[in-house]
Design a protein around this ligand. Structure first.
Ligand code: SF4
Ligand code: SF4
Length: 459
């Protein structure tokens, strides 16, 4: 590791706001175990864009990697994650407030990949962007934005900096860390292809400056022989939640603020999560699309915290059974991390491409603070990384009957990234994020309505 230092810069974090959270990461050293369920239920809505149309029918036999959902370039493609028979295609609940058409596949236990899959031929940017589309890649860090759209935007803007995001500031979750340790070759293959064809002039790999360092050691070792090693820098950031959020990371590394509605390409950069990068690198080598998801299973209601790799569409209940069941009845079950994840009311929901964890907590650890009145301490605004005033937005949504969209606009409700820093710090236990979520939704709806109205006026 003698050469390691030449890869490091250590900037002072320029990020405003944020909170220090106890990380509770007990699975750093645990290589994900592979789990093969008997059945998967794959939602055709995998990310923040639109639902895909199914390309298979009930009764079809499918193999791993076979296309089962496609809606053109507006969304990421969806592939069979197991080999077996399609037994159902119907709309069902995939989260407490969300329904989507799902393709159910009962496995044939043969675990066979589609024979026609082959590494893509990539000689230019268009072919690389097409490869990301064929691979069904969607950001695995959370929002699930289709990778080919991100790449297209970065290429069109001639973005100069590629940021690999391995910050993983959510407590408990260690799958991006494991991706760097276990799939560094895939990550580097992808980065080399992105530099060659998209034209990035430098690569910043962002990791948190705490915990074990096997992730950066492995990446550094692999980089030694890379033809692009001179433009790669490994950057450690001081631990602070939510430094892994895209806008925060760009601010911390490039000192550029992205106003609401602007894309990273407007700051001449692209941010890619390390798990997504590894999945893309694997596709470039094998032609096998994204069908598996690594996730951390942990929390006080889980016997032993573990990392596992499961096919997309595996039901939470099957995963819990695989890891030995609950030690006590969970009081709170979360898909994702404790800060930005989603509390769920059933183990019957399937994991998607963006599910990086399943956390189950016994009552003692999950009990929320008793809600009291706002004491106007200002802490929520102090920690907000987006520099908005959470308590005012919450009031605008909840206090005066019908919320005023213009006021929500004026308060920049749409800029909220739902990081939960405000709710975490609030001494009065006010469920700020519920109000903020609603505020964002209302503003979005209002914008859509205005656009429709404008369109009809234009006609
Ligand atoms: S942190 Fe909570 S109590 Fe303090 S101002 Fe914000 S909402 Fe009110
Ligand atoms: S959830 Fe929204 S309002 Fe609250 S701290 Fe995060 S960005 Fe700010």
């Amino acid at each position: 590791m003698k050469m390691a230092k030449e890869f490091f810069v250590k900037p002072a974090s320029r990020m405003k706001g944020g909170v220090l959270v106890k990380d509770n990461k007990a699975t750093f050293d645990l290589k994900p175990q592979s789990f093969k369920p008997k059945k998967v239920v794959i939602p055709l809505l995998q990310q923040c864009t639109k639902e895909a149309d199914t390309t298979v029918q009930v009764g079809d036999h499918v193999k791993k990697g076979q296309l089962i959902g496609d809606s053109g370039k507006a969304t990421a493609r969806i592939h069979a994650s197991v080999s077996g028979t399609v037994t159902d295609i119907s709309k069902r609940k995939i989260a407490p407030k969300q329904k989507a058409v799902c393709v159910t596949i009962e496995t044939d236990d043969k675990n066979e990949w589609l024979e026609t899959l082959a590494p893509p031929s990539v000689t230019n940017a268009d072919e690389l962007i097409d490869a990301a589309f064929e691979a069904g890649l969607a950001g695995m860090g959370g929002a699930g934005f289709p990778t080919h759209i991100k790449l297209r935007s970065a290429y069109a803007a001639k973005a100069k900096t590629l940021i690999l995001n391995s910050i993983e500031c959510e407590p408990y979750i260690t799958v991006d860390y494991r991706a760097c340790v276990d799939y560094a070759d895939d990550i580097l293959r992808c980065v080399e292809a992105l530099v060659t064809h998209i034209g990035f002039e430098r690569v910043l790999i962002a990791v948190e400056d705490k915990g074990p360092k096997a992730d950066e050691d492995t990446l550094i070792e692999k980089m030694q022989n890379s033809p692009i090693k001179d433009i790669i820098r490994l950057v450690r950031l001081k631990p602070k939640y939510a430094s892994g959020a895209e806008k925060m990371l760009i601010k911390a590394l490039l000192n550029k603020s992205l106003p609401d509605g602007k894309l990273p390409s407007d700051a001449s950069c692209m941010v890619m999560n390390t798990s997504t990068t590894a999945a893309f690198g694997y596709y470039l080598l094998t032609g096998r699309p994204l069908i598996n998801r690594a996730l951390t299973v942990a929390g006080s209601a889980i016997k032993e915290p573990v990392n596992i790799i499961a096919p997309v569409g595996t039901l939470i209940g099957d995963i819990i059974e695989f890891v030995g069941g609950f030690v006590s009845k969970p009081y709170k079950l979360i898909m994702g991390g404790p800060m930005m994840g989603m509390a769920v009311d059933s183990t019957d929901y399937p994991i998607t491409k963006t599910t990086n964890g399943i956390l189950a907590f016994a009552e003692k650890m999950a009990r929320v603070k008793k809600q009291t009145s706002c004491i106007r301490c200002g802490k929520c605004a102090e920690v907000c990384p987006m520099r908005i005033v959470p308590t005012d937005i919450y009031k605008a949504v909840t206090d005066y009957g019908k919320p005023d969209i213009n006021e929500l606009h004026a308060l920049s409700a749409q800029a909220c990234i739902l990081c939960s820093c405000c709710a975490y710090i609030c001494p009065s236990g006010i469920p700020l994020v519920e109000g903020l979520e609603k505020g964002k939704r209302l503003v979005k709806k209002g914008v859509r309505k205005n656009a429709e109205c404008k369109e009809s006026c234009d006609i």
